[in-house]
Design a binder for this molecule. Sequence first.
Ligand SMILES: *Cc1c(COP(=O)(O)O)cnc(C)c1O
Length: 366
Amino acid sequence: MSLDSLIANTIRQDVRSDHIYHVPDASGFVKLDAMENPYVLPSHLHLELANRIASVALNRYPVASYDTIKQRIRAKLGVPQGYDVMLGNGSDELIAIMAQACALQPAEGRRAVMMAPAPSFVMFQRSAMVAGMDFVGVPLKADLTLDLPAMLAAIGQHQPALVFLAYPNNPTGNLFDAGDIEKVINALGDKGLCVVDEAYEPFAQQSFMGRLPEFPNLIVMRTLSKLGLAGIRLGYMSCAPALLEQFDKIRPPYNVNVLTQAAAEFCLDHLDVLNEQAALLRQQRGELSAKLAKLPGVNVFPSAANFILIRVPNADQVHSKLLERKVLIKNVGRMHNVLANCLRITVSTPEENAIMLDGLTAALAS
Ligand SMILES: *Cc1c(COP(=O)(O)O)cnc(C)c1O
């Protein structure tokens, strides 16, 4: 039997022709490509966490209601009264669940549309593809702000069921105008849902969470990843309870494992530690932006996230020179026209930022 024909006979065409999502191996590198928090928990908390984890009943399924962890999130992370949260194995899973819930069946006679600004977080488009939604990307303006007239026109033309707005946006780092976002939400009305993806909320300190009661078609999604817990994979989202219930029908019942749950509960009890780390990174973001702006030929875009987007004369060259020095940043220059020659750099410790700056300075001079 030939594996080729087996795969051709069983796996769908768009999956077969797709590429594997490439994550570079970063061992031995100063890793500034994935917006991870460089800080770890203080050692006394490490031990306490180890004890907590050791007492978890690994032989048992998670408690399906996830009441304890949800209660902590609602109480500590600004979820409005009367609003519940749904948890995901990372917010990546939540994006996939929303796409699956909105994709139409062939018998419904048309394809549902997902819309997002372009460039934005790549998982939006990927989830649309996998779920069987059409994806419409609306180009940002050259200054990387939202093109509101184009968004509103595209909404009128395509009637999207789901619009994703990353706030701040990845990979650009900027916050779209809150008034523009409101106009998008209102234009969708009862025909479409607007997901405000607040993965970088700890660094932006701006949120639509408190405004959920104003907009029945608003969904706010966040993650603990960028706050310092990328490894445990925990995302959460909130919206009107009747709407949340629809998504919850698609969520696998035990999608968050007991170790993640225990670690997240522990860290939420010590949220002040993570918040202090975020404050340090916000301060570093300011200092690093100022230093980057002084380098000849470097253009720095304003950031409300824990990464900085810059434009250089030759992004491919700078990127590979930094790789030679074992510094890994993200070359986004070929992602979209408006990002030509752009690089995305995660803000890290003063030490790692200095290593990166040295490498960048040398690369620009060569
Ligand atoms: C990093 C990122 C996420 C990823 O979240 P996980 O919870 O780690 O899956 C979601 N949205 C945006 C815009 C991001 O940049």
